[in-house]
Design a protein around this ligand. Structure first.
Ligand code: SF4
Ligand code: SF4
Length: 99
């Protein structure tokens, strides 16, 4: 199977929390997982996210045949956040090569 890499765009966790996550029950609209946290990266051009439950999930899934986390991206289509991260990565690579 051709699995695409996760680029930490945060889209999947904002659309619907996984089995380990949960949305903010007090928020009337947002479906975003409360454990989804913003990465403070070296550049503000790419906004990426990480899971605040990662260490716990990794431990819970240590014997899983098909672990959920770290298995790549299953939300590559119609995903503007992932497209944006990839676009900025490409732009930065071109800038490096042409400097
Ligand atoms: S949508 Fe895909 S690329 Fe974005 S965080 Fe989820 S798995 Fe990673
Ligand atoms: S628990 Fe982590 S992986 Fe699951 S939806 Fe929340 S932030 Fe995403």
């Amino acid at each position: 199977m051709n699995v695409k890499p996760c680029v930490q765009c945060g889209y999947c966790c904002r659309i619907r929390p996984c089995v380990y996550g949960t949305k903010n029950q007090l928020h009337p609209v947002s479906e975003s997982c409360i454990y989804l946290l913003r990465n403070i990266g070296p550049t503000s051009r790419i906004q990426t996210y990480f899971c605040g439950m990662w260490e716990t999930i990794k431990e819970l899934e240590k014997d899983a045949k098909f672990p959920m986390c770290g298995s790549g991206c299953s939300s590559t289509l119609f995903n503007p956040m992932r497209d944006r991260v990839l676009q900025v990565i490409k732009e930065m690579a071109v800038e490096r090569l042409t400097k």
